[in-house]
Design a protein around this ligand. Sequence first.
Ligand code: AMP
Length: 320
Amino acid sequence: MYSDIYKLICEFDKIILARHVGVDPDAMASVMALKDSILLTFPEKKVYAVGSGSNRFSYFGKLDKVEDMKDALLIVLDTPDIRRIDGVVLSDFKKIVKIDHHPFVEKFADIEYIDDTASSASELVLEFITETPLLMNKNIASKIYLGIVSDTNRFMFNNSTGKTFLSVARMIDEYHLEIDSLYEPLYLRPLNEVRLEGFIGLNLSITENGVAYIKLTKEILENFKVDAAAPGNMINNFNYIDEVLIWAFFTEDVKNENIRVSVRSRGPVINTSLSKYNGGGHKYASGARIKTMEDVEKVIKDLDDLCKNYVKKGRDNFEN
Ligand code: AMP
């Protein structure tokens, strides 16, 4: 299938790369690395990375504003469904390709390369570049490395397979990646966020069956001078708390008039529960956008039921 995608890249002069709303390092890294690789291989092509950006990820490169996307090839990375694609209208394109590592949600592309056992979209881009004549350099390898590091939480999640380690190890050797200097832009954060993290630790509520949660109102965010995206950046730091199986942040997002829900689990599968609330994601890392505090309570109750079943049935026999 990679060779079919490569053939399409050869065929088109104009290529647009897109990814999901609420950009994160893997989405950004996979798009920018693929853009750079296509341009390195075919300098004469017009290749654009679109979608709304975030200053936080500017070290991956600048996003493009494109007036006319008609008749181009669209490659959508890291996005399983149409409603979460950022910045493009599918009907504008002649051909569409999807490259994704989320569980399948819906078909929207002519060619869909989905591997939900891959750690990240960046790992798939690395595989794609390795298996086709596309070219790579140190800069591209660095972006891919950061995408993989971010989506695996520094190789701590189970999505880091032997294949992930092998391909990353090869890339580090071949492109002489200096890992410590790469981490700095990814992990550097303002003191206010560290203070917010302390606040969350002090104020987490825990349900009877092991769901830790916090509601972060706009007043709390204003107090810490952070935006609604900040809590999502620190949710992985709350793993491995003895009393907690699932943890969830509910963050008031005034700009988008909704409540951002970020959920992580170290046991029960959570994405099916979140899909009831127009959300979804991976088995153990999911999210949603909800409208009311009533829904917050419903999500907490659902997650608590999940924990209850999980503990009752025992980890080995658990199925949602
Ligand atoms: P987050 O907690 O925002 O880092 O998201 C964790 C995972 O859930 C990511 O893989 C997202 O793709 C997915 N996700 C987050 N928000 C939504 C949503 N509103 N709908 C579907 N999936 C989501």
